[in-house]
Design a protein around this ligand. Structure first.
Ligand code: HEC
Length: 235
């Protein structure tokens, strides 16, 4: 009985961060369709991240060659991510803009995004990148439903198009180069990548999990055979 109680209390404690995150700010968050086994998705996310986000944000804890883990060779990293000559595959991902000039330009320095998926949840990021809307009262001309009055300009407007907030709902006013489904898929890839980047060992951990399960299954079969062997003369 005591053991059961312990398990129940343990499960409740484990759920607490989730409950806390769900109540954060009270805004509705869409569920991010993550799939960390999908290397093609992670690679598309990495390309979007390096081509569109590194202009302002760094990911100082992330080295380019860690992308080997998602199936990209060093040559692919150099060519597909169009690394400048002076950037090596062993370098960390540094922003093109230094944080002082960024602060001058936007009033807030764009934060390092290495572990952003841990401080903000995947669902938060997936929702954030899809809920920018035009707002002329803001300096950047943009506002965001998940992060009100954010200082970041909407840098993917060419892809998503321009949304407006009408009676508490987002309405797509001018379409971008992508359909809604295509844009959602691109942001799912980007979120997938941000989660991988926050916890690169996550892929290794999944593998270890499987190896442990396989090992335990083999052990179970062996133990059963052993039990039969030991008991066969006693019966
Ligand atoms: C033109 C510069 C610029 C670009 C490009 C840019 N951002 Fe930002 N971003 C900012 C600034 C400035 C902030 C700080 C906003 C604030 O605190 O009000 C920010 C904030 C954020 C935040 C919120 C961080 C937090 O928890 O406070 C996230 C997440 C983010 N950016 C993701 C991205 C992603 C993903 C991309 C690429 C698709 C990107 N940004 C591209 C300037 C930029």
């Amino acid at each position: 009985m005591k053991a059961i109680k312990k398990v129940i209390v343990g499960a409740m404690l484990a759920c607490m961060p989730v409950l806390a995150a769900a109540s954060e700010g009270g805004v509705h968050l869409d569920k991010a369709p993550l799939n960390l086994q999908d290397q093609a998705s992670l690679q598309r996310g990495a390309k979007l991240f390096t081509s569109r986000c590194l202009a302002c944000h760094s990911a100082s804890a992330m080295r380019y060659n860690r992308l080997n883990d998602i199936g990209m060779s060093d040559d692919q990293i150099k060519a597909e991510l169009e690394l400048p000559e002076d950037v090596k595959v062993g370098s960390t991902m540094q922003s093109a803009m230094d944080s002082n000039s960024a602060k001058m330009a936007y009033g807030v320095a764009p934060p390092d995004l290495s572990v952003i998926a841990r401080s903000r949840s995947a669902d938060w990021l997936y929702s954030y990148m899809r809920t920018f809307y035009a707002d002329q009262s803001k300096t950047s001309g943009w506002n965001n439903a998940v992060f009100p009055s954010v200082a970041m300009p909407f840098v993917l407007a060419d892809m998503q198009g321009e949304q407006a907030m009408e009676d508490g709902h987002l309405v797509l006013k001018t379409p971008g180069s992508m359909s809604v489904a295509e844009y959602d898929a691109a942001i799912a890839d980007l979120t997938n990548y941000l989660v991988f980047m926050s916890e690169p060992a996550i892929l290794v951990r999944h593998q270890i999990g499987w190896i442990v399960l396989i090992f335990l299954s083999i052990l179970l079969v062996l133990m059963y055979a052993l039990k039969k062997e030991i008991w066969k003369d006693i019966h």
